[in-house]
Design a protein around this ligand. Sequence first.
Ligand code: IMP
Length: 433
Amino acid sequence: MSNLIVLGAQWGDEGKGKVVDLLADRFDVVARYQGGHNAGHTIYIGEQKFVLKLIPGGILRPNTEVVIGNGVVIDLAALIEEIEKLEESGIDVRNRLRVSNRAHVIFPFHRLIEKMSEARENRIPIGTTSRGIGPCYEDKTGRRGIRVADLMDAENFRMLYDILAADKQILAATFHLDEPVNYAEIREKTEEYAQRIRPLVCDTAAFLHEAMARGKRILFEGAQGTMLDIDHGTYPFVTSSSAAAGGACTGTGVPPTKIDGIAGVSKAYITRVGSGPFPSESKDAAGDLLRREGNEFGAVTGRPRRCGWFDVPLLRYTAMVNGFDTLVITKLDVLDHLEQIPVCIGYRLCGKELKEMPATYRELEAIQPIYKALPGWLAPTRGISRFEDLPSAARDYLRFLEESTGVEIGGVSIGPERNETIIRTGTKLQRLI
Ligand code: IMP
């Protein structure tokens, strides 16, 4: 038995979807542990493009079962739409997807509240995906949220819903939010959706434990990335869930003692969507080139991603809080045309070199990155299937990242297709999958 967590080592969009899809056929179950439909995984299989938001990447592998864990927040309309789209493409979802009865439900008024709080004067705008994620998690930690299990009992749901709706109306009136909300209609729709997802709902922690008892292997899929984690990220410019590795346990009910390995996914450079500090951001033509070559536009919102250079102190920090055993470096091919590749190797603040990641966004914004320029390889990497066959400057670049971050590079992705990934022989990654 070997259970593996795969998660983002930067600010999300590292290419986890592709990595999870690639590894999924070696695991029996893929479980999502946090976030909601703010995540967007784009997976290319031949001519077909799939964008998964809530359903784990394993769904595209016919023998893999998938779980939406208790740490996820679910917009039922989005979930049903995603199931229908996949089924239209001939993928069997209903017999392979299980939804946690303890996951919290996002309602349309959560989106509205988010809009309101983002627009409030004197508030730091986070640049969220506007999916109602934060307000839903607020209700969860405020102990007034509604969980999937509550929907299964109509009377209980009505009682809880009416209390929550009354709360939201007070909030809307207090903040002079004039957008009309039809609370009765939302309740009715939710009841209808609840009936549709009922066959998928179960105690997913019990399901996962039973699977493990039968010797099944589980892959835990993180959404967003460590720097967007509510505790360890660039607060307050973060998402509202535990995206770091610890979230895999709280978000599924599988204890840390059952985790055998942790794989971080990182781009060969770095991107960020939304606002917030970004020490190695490249705001010039080089950043535009990365955006163009890497097609760096959000999978969910279509927003252009901010682009910059690989950040060693950031990766060392995310390796520390997650305990990465191995790294998969994605989009190496995007750097194929660069003569020189800057890498951020240190942070300076007020003239002093930093040893630790600053906790406040103001300090993070004031950081002066220290760069080292590495030679590019000016040769195509797509189509290469062995690490040894990569251009020597590309291997040197990867070895530099490996040595400076202290984490082995177990895999390298050099194109969007499933087969465009190199798993290095003799690595921990190879042993864990
Ligand atoms: P929220 O998750 O919608 O609350 O947004 C909070 C922050 O996380 C914003 O900066 C978003 O752009 C960012 N974010 C949320 N989900 C993703 C993702 O899947 N990839 C990259 N950034 C994300």
